[in-house]
Design a protein around this ligand. Structure first.
Ligand code: URA
Length: 445
C-alpha cells in the first residue's frame, strides 16, 4: 500500500477499508508515515467525513495502537468521564472527586489543551509539585486508596491519538466528528473503565457549534462505547459561553476548588454535579441504571442526592485534597486556593456601552486566553499556568459603559493588549436582555 493512494481515495470521498486504516495507523505510529502525509489525510477526512464503519475501525485500530489498560485489579466499578472540550471547562476536577466520594472508582487519563480549549492535565499541573506522569502501579494504588487519580495520557496508551491529537491541534483539523469520536473513544476504550460518561459540548466555544451536530457526535460515541461492551451515556451541555467565570489553568483550578468548597458559580455547579450523578448512576452501585425507564430515572435521582450530599459535606473536596497529596501536589493549595500562582500582569476590560451582555464568541475567548499564554500555538509551546481570564459579567447580565467585564492575567505585559482586543471582539453588549439558553440540552443514553 502507499499512503499517497489512501490520501487520494479519501480526498475523492472514498470509503477506507479496515486494512487501509490499520496499515495507515500502524505506519504512522511507527514513524513510517510522515506528519505531512498524515496532515493531508486529516484534512481529507475533515472535508469528506467517514462512514460509521470507518469510524469504528479507526477507533479500534487507534485503541489497539498501544497498551490496553486492565483495571480489573482495582476493586469496584470504574467509571470514566470525558468532555469533547470547551472553554473554562473544569468539570472533571469537580465531578471526578464527587463521584469518587460516592463510591465510584475513577482511574482517569486526561488530555492537555487542544486548540482554543483547555486540558485537565495542564490545570492540575498548575498545582506546584503535581505529577501527572506516574507509573501504572502507583496510579492503581492511588485509585484504590482515594477513589480517584488523574494522569496524563502517558506511556504507551493510544500512541496513535497522542500523535494525531498534536497534529490536529496545529493543522485546524480538530472540529471533525469522525476525528473527535475516534480520538475520544479510542482513549476511553484503551483506558479500561466499565462505564463512560461523555460531556458533549455545544455552542460557539465547542468544536461542535450547534446542538444537532453535537447530538450526532454524542450518538456516534455512545454507539461505539456500546459496541465495545461499555456502559455509556452522553450529556449535551451548553458551551456558548465559558463555563463558570475562570479561563486558564491556575484560575480554573482555583475555581474548581472553590466549587468543591460550596462557593461555585451556578452553571458550573449544575453541570459538574449532573455529570457526577451520571458517573454514580452508571457505576450502578445498586443496579440503578438498569430496569425499566421509571426505575432508571429513580436511580438517577438517588445518584443526584448522593452527589449533592458529597458536595455539601465537603467529602468531594477531601477526595481532591487526598488525590493532590498522593500525586505529589501541595495539598495546602486545595485548602487555600489563593495560594495558586496567578499572572502578575493584569488588565481590566471595560464594557463599551450600557446594556446587557449578549452572544459571546467563546472560541475567540479561548483564543484570547491562548494569546495570554494559557494555551499552545504549536505543540512545543510551554504554558504560562497563571495566565487567563476571569469573567466579571456573563451572558444576560446588565452592564454600564466603562464597567469591568473581565480581568486578563499574564506574566508578560505585552501579551495583554492583543488578548484584550481579541476578547472584546468576542463580546456583544446589546440593549435588550437576551433570551435564556439551556445549560443542559439532553441526555443521550
Ligand atoms: N478531546 C479529545 O480527546 N479529542 C478530541 O479530538 C477532541 C476533544
Amino acid at each position: 500500500m502507499r499512503m499517497y493512494d489512501i490520501i487520494e481515495k479519501k480526498k475523492r470521498g472514498g470509503v477506507l477499508s479496515r486494512e487501509e486504516i490499520a496499515w495507515m495507523i500502524q505506519g504512522f505510529v511507527r514513524g513510517e508515515i510522515p506528519d505531512y502525509q498524515m496532515s493531508a489525510m486529516l484534512m481529507a477526512i475533515y472535508f469528506q467525513g467517514m462512514e460509521d464503519g470507518e469510524i469504528t475501525d479507526l477507533t479500534l485500530e487507534m485503541a489497539h495502537s498501544g497498551d490496553m489498560v486492565d483495571l480489573s485489579t482495582i476493586k469496584g466499578v470504574k467509571v470514566d468521564k470525558h468532555s469533547t472540550g470547551g472553554v473554562g471547562d473544569k468539570t472533571t476536577l469537580i465531578a471526578g472527586p464527587l463521584a469518587a466520594a460516592c463510591g465510584v472508582k475513577v482511574a482517569k487519563m486526561s488530555g492537555r489543551g487542544l486548540g482554543h480549549t483547555g486540558g485537565t492535565v495542564d490545570k492540575l499541573e498548575s498545582i506546584p509539585g503535581f505529577r501527572t506522569e506516574i507509573g501504572r502501579e502507583e496510579f492503581f494504588q492511588i485509585v484504590e486508596d482515594h477513589g480517584i487519580a488523574v494522569i496524563g495520557q502517558s506511556g504507551n496508551l493510544v500512541p496513535a491519538d497522542k500523535k494525531l491529537y498534536a497534529l490536529r491541534d496545529v493543522t485546524a483539523t480538530v472540529d471533525s466528528i469522525p476525528l473527535i469520536a475516534s480520538s475520544i473513544m479510542s482513549k476511553k476504550l484503551a483506558a479500561g473503565s466499565d462505564g463512560i460518561v461523555l460531556d458533549v459540548k455545544t455552542g460557539s466555544g465547542a468544536f461542535m457549534k450547534d446542538p444537532a451536530s453535537s447530538r450526532a457526535l454524542a450518538e456516534k460515541m455512545v454507539a461505539i462505547g456500546r459496541q465495545a461492551g461499555k456502559r455509556c451515556c452522553a450529556l449535551i451541555t451548553n458551551m456558548d459561553v465559558p463555563l463558570g467565570h475562570a479561563v486558564g489553568n491556575a484560575l480554573e483550578m482555583r475555581e474548581a476548588i472553590e466549587t468543591l468548597m460550596g462557593r461555585g458559580p451556578a452553571d458550573l455547579v449544575r453541570v459538574s454535579t449532573e455529570l457526577a450523578a451520571l458517573m454514580v448512576w452508571l457505576g450502578d452501585i445498586d443496579g440503578r441504571s438498569e430496569g425499566n425507564a421509571g426505575q432508571r430515572d429513580a436511580g438517577l435521582d438517588r445518584a443526584r442526592e448522593q452527589v449533592m450530599e458529597a458536595l455539601s459535606t465537603g467529602a468531594g473536596l477531601k477526595v481532591l485534597a487526598d488525590m493532590v497529596k498522593a500525586q505529589g501536589g501541595d495539598p495546602q493549595c486545595v485548602r487555600e486556593p489563593d495560594r495558586l500562582a496567578i499572572g502578575q500582569e493584569r488588565l481590566e476590560v471595560k464594557a463599551p456601552s450600557d446594556g446587557f451582555m449578549g452572544h459571546m464568541d467563546t472560541e475567540a475567548v479561548g483564543i484570547a486566553s491562548v494569546l495570554l499564554g494559557a494555551g499552545r500555538n504549536c505543540k512545543e509551546d510551554a504554558l504560562d499556568y497563571g495566565a487567563g481570564i476571569v469573567l466579571k459579567k456573563k451572558y444576560g447580565e446588565a452592564v454600564r459603559a466603562g464597567e469591568t467585564i473581565a480581568v486578563l492575567y499574564a506574566s508578560e505585559k505585552e501579551r495583554l493588549a492583543p488578548a484584550a482586543e481579541k476578547f472584546l471582539s468576542a463580546c456583544t453588549v446589546q440593549r435588550e436582555r437576551p433570551n435564556e439558553e439551556p445549560l443542559i440540552y439532553e441526555l443521550v443514553r
